[in-house]
Design a binder for this molecule. Structure first.
Ligand code: GAP
Length: 443
């Protein structure tokens, strides 16, 4: 299957089955902003929950926070975003198209057809101008420059400005980390590729505060931990790779950075960054706020500003990677079977309960099983149409298990479980279904 074709099919499936919709679609849509539907919100939430459990609940040395999106405007001066969070932008003098000067492969002028049918010549571009990517708004009723606040372009700054609060409230000691999941906003010049690059997105970020001199060791440790996390999520190892950021590509705060890239249908692209941010952010906040942000190490009677190793993954990009990784088509009995092969732990619906036919007491038993399971797992009930069609609908939603109530259920209390990936069936005692599913979903 051609890769563009694969992406188009995925986008269409996401809409049809209620994973992802274009924002404000009835008004013609808002550019590069997307809404998550009933299945999408479950999928993304499962990914975020997995991240939170592994970063916060499973570790003694990381605390969670949830900082506000709006912050004091000086935060963004201190962080360097007001001065340097810019992209170079160019315009086409003919078609007025706007492009990032460092990503010009899209700059084909639609108003200048080339000699070859269906192709266009490249745009005639203006000199690059710097464009700040932060969204601005006003705090309070007066819209003047003194009231400007920004929608945060990264969640990390909410962690830095709360570093002392968390340190004092939690009694953690360096090395320790602070984790957060939240929205970030960037006025991207060229957003696109579905939920890959959008103007409103969610980040899962963790800042790990370490003693200067130990940052390289921690950097390596966090690289390994984050790599393994993606494998545990079920991402195929052959579809991820490391990219070592070149010195001239580093963000203004970073001394070293590695990206984890995924092979999306539109090519290899970053979806997580591991950054050595040194003491840049805390030092700048100390300077701009006038508040001492150093750490006192009692055992050594020493003061220092901690260095920071950051792990930052986009919840939406990670969701897109999981969707792309899961999407599969195969020929079964002369028909194309579309299946989302999610790991059971991230699948939006864990099990569907299906009475084989709508008679002979089967719907009543199925209904009882459905209501029992629903309290423990996201479960779906479907009694509409041939059972084969119902299986296919669940395959498209990525439901790992279909539980069918049939004639034998009435005799011995067993049900058929049909496995999404292999389409194999097995019989399981109906009274043990909860424990059976629990084990499969947890692994
Ligand atoms: N705090 C560090 C930071 O923000 P980044 O590399 O700019 O670093 C981290 O962003 C992650 O956030 C990216 O790897 C990506 O997953 C996600 N991200 C960044 N910009 C995005 C956008 N416009 N749309 C969707 N996700 C984005």
């Amino acid at each position: 299957m051609a890769e563009q074709d694969r992406m188009d099919k995925l986008v269409s499936l996401c809409k049809r089955r209620g994973f992802i919709f274009q924002s404000s679609e009835i008004y013609g849509g808002t550019g590069s902003v997307w809404d998550y539907g009933p299945l999408g919100v479950e999928l993304k939430r499962n990914i975020k929950d997995r991240w939170w459990r592994s970063m916060v609940h499973a570790r003694d040395d990381i605390e969670g926070i949830d900082a506000a999106i709006l912050m004091h405007p000086r935060v963004w001066e201190a962080s360097g975003h007001v001065a340097t969070f810019n992209d170079p932008m160019v315009d086409c003098k003919t078609c007025k198209g706007r492009f990032r000067a460092d990503k010009l492969h899209d700059a084909q002028c639609p108003q200048k057809p080339s000699k070859h049918p269906g192709e266009h010549t490249t745009c005639e571009l203006t000199e690059p101008r710097q464009f700040n990517m932060m969204f601005k708004t006003y705090m309070g009723p007066v819209e003047d420059s003194a009231a400007i606040v920004y929608l945060r372009p990264e969640t990390a700054q909410g962690i830095y400005v709360n570093y002392l609060n968390v340190l004092q409230a939690s009694r953690q000691k360096v090395p320790f980390g602070i984790a957060q999941i939240g929205k970030a906003f960037r006025n991207e010049i060229t957003p696109g590729n579905f939920i890959f690059r959008t103007r409103e997105f969610e980040q899962m970020e963790m800042q790990f505060f370490v003693k200067p001199g130990t940052e390289d060791e921690w950097f390596e440790q966090w690289r390994q931990i984050r790599w393994q996390w993606h494998l545990d999520l079920g991402i195929r190892p052959e579809r991820i790779r490391w990219y070592h950021t070149k010195p001239d590509e580093l963000a203004h705060y970073a001394k070293d950075a590695y990206d984890i890239e995924y092979e999306f249908p539109f090519g290899w692209n970053e979806f997580e960054g591991i950054h050595n941010r040194t003491d840049y952010d805390l030092k700048r906040h100390q300077e701009y706020s006038g508040k001492k942000l150093d750490y006192f190490e009692q055992e050594k009677n020493e003061r220092f500003i901690p260095y920071v190793v950051e792990t930052s993954v986009g919840a939406d990009r990670c969701t897109l990677a999981v969707l792309c990784d899961a999407y599969d088509e195969e020929q079964v009995e002369g028909e194309t079977r579309v299946v989302l092969r999610f790991a059971p732990s991230v699948a939006p619906i864990k099990a569907a309960v299906l009475p084989l036919v709508k008679k002979d007491g089967m719907p009543e038993i199925a209904d009882r099983i459905f209501h029992d399971l629903k309290h423990r797992f996201p479960t779906f009930y479907d009694d509409g149409g041939a059972v084969g069609r119902r299986y296919r609908r669940q395959d498209e939603a990525g439901t790992p298990f279909c539980i069918t109530v049939d004639g034998t259920t009435k005799e011995d209390g067993t049900v058929t479980i049909r496995h999404r990936d292999s389409m194999q069936q097995e019989r399981v005692d109906g009274s043990k279904l909860g424990a059976w599913l629990d084990e499969k979903i947890r692994s």
